[in-house]
Design a protein around this ligand. Sequence first.
Ligand code: G4P
Length: 525
Amino acid sequence: MSRLLTELERRRTFGIISHPDAGKTTLTEKLLLFGGAIQVAGAVKAKKASRHATSDFMEIERQRGISVATSVMGFEYNGIKINLLDTPGHQDFCEDTYRTLTAVDSALMVIDSSKGVESQTYKLLEVCRMRHSPIMTFINKMDRDGKPPIELLDEIEDRLNMVVCPMSWPIGSGKLFKGVYSLVENRLVLFKAHGKQDGPDSVIIESIDDPRLDELVGTVDAKQLRDDVMLVTGVYPPFDLMRYLSGEITPVFFGSALNNFGVREILDFFVAHAPGPKLRESTTRDVRPIEEKFSGFVFKIHANIDPKHRDRIAFLRIVSGVFERSKRFLHVPSGRLIKCNNPTAFMAQDKSIIDEAFPGDIIGLHDTGTFKIGDTLTEGEVFSFKGIPSFSPEMFRYCVNLNPLKTKQLHKGLEQLCEEGVAQLFTMLDGRKIVGTVGALQFEVIQYRLDNEYGAQSRFDALDFVKACWIRSENTTKLADFVRYRQSQVAQDKDGQYVYLAQTRWSLDREVKENPEIEFLTTSE
Ligand code: G4P
């Protein structure tokens, strides 16, 4: 077997989708502990703890440094090289969060058992759906009183429009949580919270009717479990690998990240079934990971922490072939051959210079302004990867220039920050600049960085738009009419494409209904 095949078969690249506080950081940490990538709990948490101090701008700077380190967390488990891509979710929720999901091959959805499906989970899931990424589900915090499991599964099915396939079933919840019963293995995994270590961790039982079940969990819970299992196996489909891989069904596990309960089960499932590097569509053809020639794309750009140096790190996802440090590669958009000096790999908290990398891997390339998000690199062939779109922002502000002597700097700064993917810049038909983001913190970051790095003072005035949609139509007259009649709500993006800015969801729905010949798109390539 060729080395490329061996290496790519042992790669798994994924991201976690969740709403803030569902337990992503806790779970990440437990996964890294299993993988031996960190030795003590608390390493990932440290990043989050500092996240709340957002009004302290030095903190923003510091965090930019930290988030480079946690952008990709690589670790090994059972001989599999796992790349976990960070999906920032708190105040630092931004377009990068969405875009990261275009660079993974599967995702793990974490749901808080007491909250159910929350808004950010929904939004992130939509991105996974665009790419038909397989999704595993972990229902967390079973040690707390939560919603009944059936209700949670119904919510996933209804709100996320996915078929669920429970792999295990909880026995009690909150203070009375006793563990889970693996529906696949007929195995009872017993929960021992807070240091109660006596007795076995897991017991294989003959079947759900095994009398040992009563001894282990008590007759009342045993009866409940038997009833539940009968119901569940009748209602939900059995696990089907192909349906999981096509993103049609989601296997569901129950557990508690904080108590490290159920984490090994998802990790074992993940290495056994989650897909390795997938083929990827390009402008000319589908590119397969096993192809000998290297190719990859940039999905994220990170500015240097030192504002005096305008250099950046471009995050490249390798799609095919072997990346070798010594080789020259074609930067397709500019047509230039480039050599990547000091490419970095990410292993948990550490960055290290690497000599080669394989499909599924993410490497950091030092960049002085060559790369833009979505750029393709190849060994010479000219094509561009598809599926790395801009996502429609939901928060908008006018950028007001406070120092007319620094107009040029302001424009340059805005342009470069938008290239990094911090925000999107739109120009109203009367020339005013609007900045759109998916997270509120971005405005503070931009204002601070414009001042600090470009010497341009600005103010951001609130605007009451809630959504931007790219508008497109085969019927050019219809589109021109739409733009003319709604001038105060139409802008152009960086490529001159028209964008409709909706003031309410309702008005957007109305426009969509009333203008069937116009497409309203929430992503743009
Ligand atoms: P996030 O990254 O998704 O935002 O969530 P994070 O892991 O930080 O978890 C949010 C809160 O939920 C944390 O509590 C964490 O300890 C708690 N948590 C995570 N998993 C479980 C679980 O299985 N059971 C219970 N009971 N709690 C869980 P916190 O009080 O906000 O932070 P901390 O003081 O514990 O650090």
